[in-house]
Unconditional design. Structure first.
Length: 294
């Protein structure tokens, strides 16, 4: 079927923003031109791609299917453009990284700062998602590299996955509210009698902790599930429960302490990886080498 690439490009920006006006701003064309392009594409394909109403726009099932195929193609084209713009050196271009907010704040910031100082003309774009969703960003070509917790059930191991840091998770509590636990060695079973706070079910950390409890035939039912380790730390500080966080997030102010757990908690790793099926930009290769050499 002979469909102009520009029509698919218009579809992509409407589908990802779910807004004809936002798509028109991004493409620098009128909203009526966007609407007309979508009508032409729908006519050529013989299907409806959007459900339009006065308040919102949403994709039809056929539109969602088309987006899943169009999105990687658009990202691949943009990736090629970025590599050409680099013109064989690091004088320009873009570095696109996916990572959770915790990994960004507590681990990546110094490396991003170092890279930015060395290559100020490189545009750095960081996308914050959970470690599992970062894998989806990588597979669809929306980012060049991701830094993620490992094990990660969404990520297959291979030569393109590089370990960069080893850490342990800790249970932390407020000295003011749980001070009696400071000098005690607690079994995981005993922990179940306290309110446990952890990341939500969509995270690799939640998957890891649930699996750990299941290894001891224990059913973990957390009191609070959140999307941020910083919030978990804040709630632990005011005594709402015992939080489960990576040790590199542990504040050093003395208000919180880590519990002594009888069972040994396995180490986890931070890894940096790229899409093995796509070439790395020079900027991404430089950043990868810097992180691996640290």
């Amino acid at each position: 079927m002979d469909v102009n690439y520009e029509l698919y490009k218009v579809f992509y920006y409407v589908a990802t923003s779910l807004s004809f006006s936002e798509a028109s701003k991004h493409l620098y064309i009128s909203q009526s031109a966007v609407s007309q392009s979508i009508k032409v594409l729908e006519k050529k394909l013989g299907i409806s791609l959007f459900i339009r109403s006065t308040k919102r726009v949403q994709l039809t099932p056929e539109g969602e299917t088309l987006l899943r195929h169009i999105e990687p193609a658009i990202n691949l084209i943009q990736r090629g453009e970025a590599q050409i713009m680099e013109s064989g050196n690091l004088g320009g271009g873009q570095l696109r990284i996916g990572a959770s907010d915790t990994i960004c704040r507590y681990y990546l910031v110094p490396y991003l700062n170092q890279f930015h100082k060395a290559h100020p003309s490189i545009h750095i774009k960081v996308t914050n998602q959970t470690s599992t969703k970062c894998v989806d960003l990588l597979e669809t070509g929306q980012v060049d590299l991701i830094v993620t917790n490992y094990p990660n059930s969404h990520l297959s191991h291979g030569d393109h996955v590089h370990e960069i840091h080893t850490f342990r998770d800790v249970f932390i509590a407020s000295s003011a509210y749980y001070g009696e636990l400071k000098d005690r060695k607690l079994h995981l079973k005993e922990l179940l009698s306290y309110p446990i706070m952890m990341l939500d079910r969509k995270s690799t950390t939640s998957e890891f902790l649930h699996n750990l409890f299941q290894q001891y035939q224990l059913d973990l039912v957390p009191e609070i599930e959140l999307g941020s380790n910083d919030l978990l730390i804040d709630l632990a500080r005011i005594g709402l429960g015992i939080a489960f966080v990576p040790d590199y997030c542990m504040p050093g102010d003395g208000d919180l302490f880590s519990l002594d757990i009888a069972e040994e908690l396995p180490c986890r790793k931070l890894v940096i990886t790229h899409n093995a099926h796509l070439p790395l930009t020079r900027a991404a290769r430089e950043f990868l080498d810097n992180l691996m050499g640290s």
